[in-house]
Design a protein around this ligand. Structure first.
Ligand code: FE
Length: 229
């Protein structure tokens, strides 16, 4: 099994390249356009055939490589059925397994950070997008974010997974790479609340600055990162 956690230093984004082995089919989760050369290097070195590029949601902080990868490799470009991105070749629905090369990825609809956010469960590993971060959670103050929806996604979906489920987030800003449901339940300060109201109050008063690429990233990502026209 290959799971490569790739990092875009400019936007602190984690991208995941997953395959059952060298010389096999692969999928990529949350790709970044500026890292295309690295992905191509790995496809060549490891002899991987990309069959699907998946985004957990429409990102506001970086431009996706979804469209570039689809044009280059002919892979499927996938996002959740709630996504307004125009360029999706296959829409993801909750619990409809994504099958590739004998592997099965289970989509879990986890709105809150955005209304099109998904997490993916695969082989005891959770690719949690921006829903669950390491010692944090994705902000809920733009892109139809909803702190109550996120509370539900976290407490009634992700945190009900087995405690040894490995957590791979879409970002980290503090140098952490991987966690578990157990660790996050115990040590994530956002998850120590007693009610949805308390969580919403916490999230609605973070007063965060807008991401630096938001104005270009959101419209570009609705086109899967491809230029206009
Ligand atoms: Fe995000």
């Amino acid at each position: 099994m290959i799971i490569k956690q790739l990092f875009d230093m400019d936007t602190c984004t984690y991208t995941y390249l997953i395959a059952s082995g060298y010389g096999r089919e692969a999928i990529i989760i949350d790709s970044v356009d500026k890292q295309l050369a690295l992905y191509n290097q790995l496809f060549n070195e490891l002899d991987l055939k990309l069959v699907a590029a998946i985004d957990t949601h429409v990102h506001a902080d970086h431009i996706t490589a979804l469209g570039l990868l689809r044009n280059q490799t002919g892979c499927e470009s996938m996002m959740g059925e709630q996504s307004k991105a125009e360029c999706i070749s296959l829409k993801i629905r909750e619990n409809e397994l994504i099958n590739f090369d004998g592997l099965k990825l289970k989509p879990i609809y986890t709105p809150g950070h955005t209304d099109d956010s998904y997490s993916f469960l695969f082989d005891g590993k959770l690719f949690s997008g921006d829903t669950l971060l390491i010692r944090g959670t994705g902000r809920t103050d733009f892109q139809n974010g909803d702190s109550y929806a996120q509370y539900d996604s976290l407490f009634n979906k992700l945190l009900t997974l087995p405690k040894d489920t490995v957590v791979y987030p879409a970002h980290d800003y503090h140098g952490q790479t991987v966690s578990s449901i157990w660790e996050e339940k115990l040590f994530n300060p956002r998850l120590q609340v007693k009610s949805a109201d308390e969580y919403a109050d916490l999230m609605d008063n973070l007063n965060l600055p807008s991401p630096k690429y938001m104005d270009v990233a959101v419209p570009a990502n609705l086109r899967c990162g491809l230029p206009k026209g």
